[in-house]
Design a protein around this ligand. Structure first.
Ligand SMILES: Nc1ncnc2c1ncn2[C@@H]1O[C@H](COP(=O)(O)OP(=O)(O)OP(=O)(O)O)[C@@H](O)[C@H]1O
Ligand SMILES: [Mg+2]
Length: 293
């Protein structure tokens, strides 16, 4: 059965994701396991930079699947998400078929011809449904699309089939492992949520974050890693415009390694805060509240 492509248990999920460098907590591993076992789409919500997109990539890497990614944005439409016809190629074919003396085949024949496979441009949703190999379909930042696209997703994720009027219905022979991510910029519809398993990803606790940072930046000194994570936790408690995410912790670690910082004292923090905070007002505020010089 298809579900066997994915993970055999929550523990096995933790281990498999760990092998490809993704350190999952128990809730994350369990939900990812269930998404595979139940063949249900996994909706991950949470702030920026906490590992939503990375989880989808890691599921693909850990299971030897290909990743098909649909990046959502305002104005994304069916033609970009599902499929469209290659108009210019169709036009060329019509012209070529007509012949110089206008004695080409009739319209019916040409019509059948130009609405064939050769003229179809498949976009991520259709691509993922048609693949015979194990596939992870990442629908990234779904909260950035319009409601119409959500309706389309709903349709596709309900029966994993797509009807192309000129070609017929395409049904998935093997369901992809679907991951949707959202920053919760807007509420997704109840109907979409109902079809998904839900995972709220948040900033990890200090121990896990230290593990993540040292696994990504192994050259980082243990003591500096501890200081860095403690500071990041404190920064998140301040009311900043943009709280530092795991991605920023990793950036900070790389910066400190590049500068060969042996201890994260005030001078070192002041000099490198730009790796963690990206707004002038946030830097001012942190400098004031953390009593940095
Ligand atoms: N559990 C984890 N294990 C290992 N690395 C992680 C983990 N969580 C996050 N990371 C690291 O944090 C980085 C940022 O994660 P990612 O790009 O997935 O964030 P995101 O939640 O998708 O953010 P955004 O909402 O901005 O797209 C990743 O490149 C990865 O290196
Ligand atoms: Mg992301």
């Amino acid at each position: 059965m298809d579900a066997m492509t994915w993970f055999s248990s929550p523990t096995a999920t933790t281990a498999a994701l760990g092998e490809v460098g993704y350190l999952a907590d128990a809730a994350t591993a369990t939900t990812a396991y269930l998404a595979g076992a139940l063949e249900k789409p996994l909706l991950i919500e949470g702030p920026a930079g906490v590992g939503k997109t990375e989880l989808a990539k890691s599921v693909a890497a850990a299971t030897g699947s290909s990743l098909v990614r649909l990046q959502c944005y305002e104005g994304l439409d069916e033609a970009r998400a599902l499929y469209e016809w290659n108009y210019s190629k169709q036009l060329l074919r019509i012209q070529a078929a007509r012949g110089d003396d206008g004695s080409g085949p009739g319209w019916d024949e040409t019509h059948d011809d130009i609405f064939g496979e050769e003229f179809l441009l498949t976009r991520p949703l259709l691509t993922a449904i048609r693949r015979d190999e194990p596939t992870v379909l990442l629908i990234d930042e779904v909260d950035k699309t319009d409601v119409e696209v959500e309706a389309l997703l709903l349709e596709v994720l309900s029966d994993f089939q797509v009807t192309i009027p000129e070609l017929g219905t395409v049904t998935a022979t093997r369901r992809p492992f679907v991951v949707l991510t959202s920053n919760a910029a807007r509420e997704l519809s109840e109907a979409l949520k109902r079809r998904c398993l839900y995972l709220h990803l948040d900033y990890p606790d200090a121990d896990r974050e230290r593990e993540i940072v040292t696994s990504r930046v192994p050259e980082l000194d243990d003591r500096v890693a501890r200081q860095l994570v403690d500071l990041v936790v404190r920064l998140r408690e301040l009311e900043l415009k943009k709280a530092p995410s795991i991605a920023e912790s990793i950036d900070w670690a790389r910066t400190l390694v590049a500068l060969e910082v042996g201890t994260l004292d005030q001078a070192a923090v002041t000099a490198t805060l730009g790796a963690v905070l990206k707004h002038a007002t946030d830097i001012e505020r942190a400098t004031r509240e953390l009593k940095l010089a």
